[in-house]
Ligand binder design. Structure first.
Ligand SMILES: *Cc1c(COP(=O)(O)O)cnc(C)c1O
Length: 361
């Protein structure tokens, strides 16, 4: 057992990320792709995503200025979109120095982005129905009119509120509302994220902005990435740090909630909620060990969890255990934890090492 594996690690397949980008390209040929790497590349490590596809994406998108500056420092030379835009007056210089493209949500941000000799492109955010950030379509028209005489570097961006529900009329309404902005046809436009790309709503505009898809994850509740031809980029793995024999009636873990129904072997895995595994997980959820599924038993601890080893043959101390990856879809784990894969990925803490894997799958 290598010391690398004894604790929880996230193995990141760079070929999987490249493959997933290819899938996106095939789904929307002609569209340029802005790879979304906010929240440290959805927990995969921005560096790994940059290494995998930095030379083949048309731009990257992040949520915050700090994320953008880190990405620039990694050596990415292309366009970087910053979703939250310029929030403070004194951030303008950082945007200029790092050649960042701010998304603009309101008139104050617009003023900042057009102050002094600021000549970087901007992205006008349109609120097409999400009710979060952006200009109403009518207001955007006025702004475009005012800008157009002096400025050609303006893109329009919208975001669907309900695209993860297939065939939602809300999504079509939001698309029409986005496309209704007068003068918008002259600009580059972008509205589709992963769900829009898969359902081909708004994915024929100049740009698409996939996050989840790059990581091999499905945005739809009843699907997994493999259903769309994607490959999961992350394998969250740990190892068996103990194998113990218990007797009938023995309680396992905090609260003694799980009682051994017979004499049986129990494995302790070196991964807990302190490693990003959800503590609130429904009974019957499994991990993979020795190519088999083993049910989790008892409560998840901060640094470990217990698994039922009955039926797992030839299992040994130190054996690798997979919490999610190819065989255990993260979509399933998320459903069992009443959440979405995005949240699980964004919550993987620092202490979990992200290791790049160059082997093809
Ligand atoms: C997070 C985000 C995306 C990517 O969404 P996915 O569903 O992961 O593809 C795209 N656009 C905006 C504005 C976002 O905040």
């Amino acid at each position: 057992m290598s010391s690398n594996n004894s604790r929880t690690t996230a193995r990141i397949s760079l070929p999987a990320i490249r493959h997933n980008l290819d899938v996106v390209r095939r789904l929307c040929p002609g569209a340029k792709i802005s790879g979304v790497v906010k929240a440290d590349g959805y927990g995969h490590g921005t560096l790994h995503v940059f290494k995998a596809i930095g030379e083949i994406v048309n731009s990257f998108a992040v949520a915050t200025l700090d994320e953008a500056v880190s990405l620039r420092r990694l050596g990415f030379d292309g366009e970087i979109w910053v979703f939250s835009g310029i929030l403070l007056d004194d951030e303008v210089s950082a945007f200029r120095e790092n050649r960042l493209t701010p998304v603009v949500h309101n008139t104050h941000q617009l003023k900042l982005a057009r102050s002094e000799t600021y000549d970087l492109p901007i992205i006008l955010k349109i609120d097409a129905g999400m009710g979060r950030l952006g200009f109403k379509p009518d207001d955007a028209e006025q702004i475009l009119l005012a800008l157009n005489s002096s400025d050609s570097h303006v893109m329009l961006m919208g975001h669907f509120s309900n695209a993860d529900v297939k065939d939602s009329y809300v999504t079509n309404q939001e698309l029409s509302s986005f496309l209704s902005v007068k003068g918008g046809q002259r600009c580059e436009r972008s509205i589709a994220a992963s769900a829009g790309i898969l359902s081909k709503v708004g994915s024929n505009l100049s740009w698409v902005r996939p996050g989840l898809l790059l990581y091999g994850v499905s945005p739809f509740r009843d699907c997994i990435g493999q259903d769309h031809g994607l490959v999961p980029a992350m394998t969250l793995q740990s190892s068996l740090i103990a194998i113990r024999q218990f007797k009938v009636g023995d309680p396992i873990g905090y609260g003694g909630e799980w009682i051994c129904p017979e004499s049986m072997p129990v494995g302790i895995v070196g991964c807990g909620y302190g490693d990003g595994y959800p503590r609130m997980i429904s009974r019957g959820s499994c991990v993979e060990v020795c190519g088999e599924k083993a049910p989790i038993i008892g409560r998840i601890s901060m640094d470990s969890m217990a698994i039922d080893l009955r039926g797992i043959k030839k299992v040994q101390l130190g054996d690798s255990v997979v919490m999610w990856g190819q065989e255990i879809p993260i979509e399933t784990v998320a459903r069992h934890a009443s959440t979405i894969p995005n949240e699980l990925l964004a919550r993987i803490p620092q202490r979990v090492n992200r290791i790049a894997d160059w082997q093809s799958f």
